[in-house]
Design a protein around this ligand. Sequence first.
Ligand SMILES: CC(C)(COP(=O)(O)OP(=O)(O)OC[C@H]1O[C@@H](n2cnc3c(N)ncnc32)[C@H](O)[C@@H]1OP(=O)(O)O)[C@@H](O)C(=O)NCCC(=O)NCCS
Length: 293
Amino acid sequence: MKPADPSSPPVRRLGLGDVPHCLDLAQDRSWPREERKWRLLLENGEGFGIDAPDGGGLAGTVVLTRYGRTAAAVGMMLVASRYNGQGLGRRLMNHVLAEVGDATLFLCATEYGRPLYEKLGFETVGVVEAWVGRFDAGDGPHGGSSPQRKHSRLAEPGRDLAALCALDIEVFGADRSRLLARLFAFAEQVRVVERDGEITGYGAAWRSGDKLFVGPVVAEDDETARALVTDLAGGADVRIRIDLHHHHHQELTSWIAGRGVAQASTTSFMVHGGRALPGDRSRLVASFMSALG
Ligand SMILES: CC(C)(COP(=O)(O)OP(=O)(O)OC[C@H]1O[C@@H](n2cnc3c(N)ncnc32)[C@H](O)[C@@H]1OP(=O)(O)O)[C@@H](O)C(=O)NCCC(=O)NCCS
């Protein structure tokens, strides 16, 4: 392991005042400037950064999101291209690893990040695929207005938040309630599907840049997932993006491809230290966003 360069600025906690520099750093790596996303992540979680020694904003960032005491996700790992390969990414991730202690830490890795994460003890346990395109609700048996398909309804925080969190903790295996409480203000819509008065699935759609993101989506079966996605994305006047967990591959992805949405990229879902993932991930259809695991 390379010793940290003593002349390099320390890792420091990021606040909302750093958002403009985070956006500049993202742009430097050809990532979109997603202000709403950074604000949510920094308000809800803990951002860490290294100031650029040349005075030009931030040289690196990472965001840690804790789910109770047992699990945490890490994302927004970025190092300015001019500081590439100088150990900043390793320093930032080591900082996060020290912060999380014993909690199970997971992330979605791009092909650029994966070699670094492997060196630091992360193992690939799955795949998350980003699907992007104009969603055509259609009028087949699973389409927009068909009476044969399941339907969702708009969720209301007062009425549904507690039940939604109870379902989510079974599926995600860690406490996302703080984040889910924010979801109602952050998202354009949060919807639920019920069976006999019990919530069996929920999903949200939120805007960032020129896209409508559909996620998280939790559903007891594909039919419930299709109902949520159709009702969330059906009226969208822009391209949607949905980050699908790979175990939902065949049926759901061929359905979504048939709705005009195409696979855009793939990330590796990685867990630190060979830990088993908590929860019942078979019902986890889509991520909230890749930085949140
Ligand atoms: C991925 C990224 C954060 C790495 O940051 P970095 O500061 O360049 O990484 P480091 O210099 O700390 O590298 C740490 C180790 O990983 C290795 N490594 C980093 N990127 C690598 C690559 N693409 N291929 C092989 N090894 C790589 C380095 O050799 C180094 O090993 P060493 O410490 O044993 O010598 C940076 O390249 C980046 O911002 N990329 C674009 C955005 C992105 O994709 N982020 C990841 C999101 S999951």
